[in-house]
Design a protein around this ligand. Structure first.
Ligand code: ZN
Length: 265
C-alpha cells in the first residue's frame, strides 16, 4: 500500500467537500491548508440543510477558493420549510453561491418519506432553473424516480451533477441525455466497487468530476481515517488508472469540467 498522496501541479478541484465546523472543529483550517498545499485548487462546499447558510457563506467569504451550494439533503427533506425557497433564491445573488444542493432522493436510508423527498427535490430543481445554476444531486436507490423528475423538469437551463456516483454503466446514457455530469468519490477506489468502476469508461471525458464527500468515505488507501479534501487525489489517481491515462491529464480534465459546470472564475 502506497501512502504517499498522489498529486499533480496541474491541480484539481474537490467538487464536493463538507468542510463544516461540525465535522472538523478546530482542525478545519489545517485541513483546508493541506488541501491547497496538495494542489487542490478549489473546494465546493455543499449544504446538507438550508439552515447552515450563514456558516457556508461565512467560510466562502473567508477563502478565495471556497465556493458553496445551498439546498436540503434528502435525509432532511422532512425538515424543509416553505421559507427555504426564498432563502435559496436570495442566496443565489451571492457571488460564491454556485449551485443548488445537495438535494435528491435517498430510498436506501429513507430518513424522510419518499413522497416528501420527491416533492422537496422537485422544488429545488425548479429553484436551480430559476437561478440558472446547476443542481447537485444525491441519488441512492432511487434512479428511476430521480430520472423522471429531472426529465419532466428538463429545459435549456437545467444541468447539474450526480455527486458521489454509486450507479453502474447502465445509468450513464440517461445522465448524459439530461446533460448532467458524474462525480466520483472515494467509493470508486474500493475493491468491491466494480459496477461504479465499470461506469467510468462509459462516461464522456468532458463529464467526469472528482470529489471526496468528506468527512465521510475515505478512499481505500486511507480507509479508516477521517476523509478530507486533499484525499481527492486518491480518486483522481484511480480514475487515471481506470482510463489508462496519466495523472496530469486526468487532473486537468476534472478541473476543467468542474469549472465549466459551476461557472467558476
Ligand atoms: Zn454530500
Amino acid at each position: 500500500m502506497n501512502l504517499t498522496l498522489p498529486s499533480s501541479k496541474v491541480g484539481v478541484i474537490d467538487s464536493h467537500a463538507h468542510v463544516m465546523r461540525e465535522y472538523f472543529k478546530e482542525s478545519r483550517e489545517e485541513v483546508i491548508e493541506r488541501a491547497f498545499d496538495s494542489n487542490v485548487r478549489v473546494l465546493i462546499n455543499p449544504a446538507v440543510t438550508v439552515a447552515d447558510f450563514d456558516e457556508l457563506r461565512g467560510l466562502a467569504e473567508s477563502y478565495d477558493n471556497i465556493f458553496f451550494a445551498l439546498g436540503q439533503h434528502p435525509h432532511d427533506a422532512k425538515d424543509w420549510k416553505d421559507e427555504y425557497a426564498d432563502r435559496i433564491l436570495e442566496a443565489g445573488k451571492h457571488p460564491k453561491m454556485v449551485a443548488v444542493g445537495e438535494c435528491g432522493l435517498d430510498f436506501y436510508y429513507e430518513n424522510s418519506e419518499k413522497e416528501i423527498q420527491m416533492k422537496v427535490f422537485r422544488q429545488q430543481v425548479r429553484l436551480a432553473k430559476a437561478l440558472r445554476k446547476p443542481v447537485i444531486v444525491h441519488c441512492r436507490d432511487a434512479w428511476q424516480e430521480a430520472f423522471s423528475i429531472l426529465q419532466e423538469e428538463k429545459d435549456d437551463s437545467l444541468t447539474g451533477v450526480f455527486h458521489c456516483f454509486t450507479g453502474g454503466p447502465e445509468m450513464i446514457p440517461t445522465i448524459e441525455e439530461l446533460d448532467f455530469y458524474v462525480s466520483y468519490s472515494g467509493i470508486v477506489t474500493f475493491k468491491n466497487a466494480l459496477e461504479i468502476q465499470a461506469s467510468v469508461s462509459v462516461v464522456k471525458m468532458d463529464r467526469i468530476l472528482a470529489e471526496t464527500d468528506c468527512p465521510f468515505l475515505a478512499p481505500q488507501a486511507v480507509r479508516g481515517k477521517q476523509n478530507e479534501p486533499s484525499f481527492v487525489w486518491w480518486t483522481v489517481a484511480k480514475l487515471t488508472e481506470l482510463l489508462d491515462t496519466d495523472l496530469d491529464t486526468m487532473a486537468a480534465t476534472c478541473l476543467e469540467n468542474t469549472r465549466r459546470l459551476f461557472k467558476l472564475p
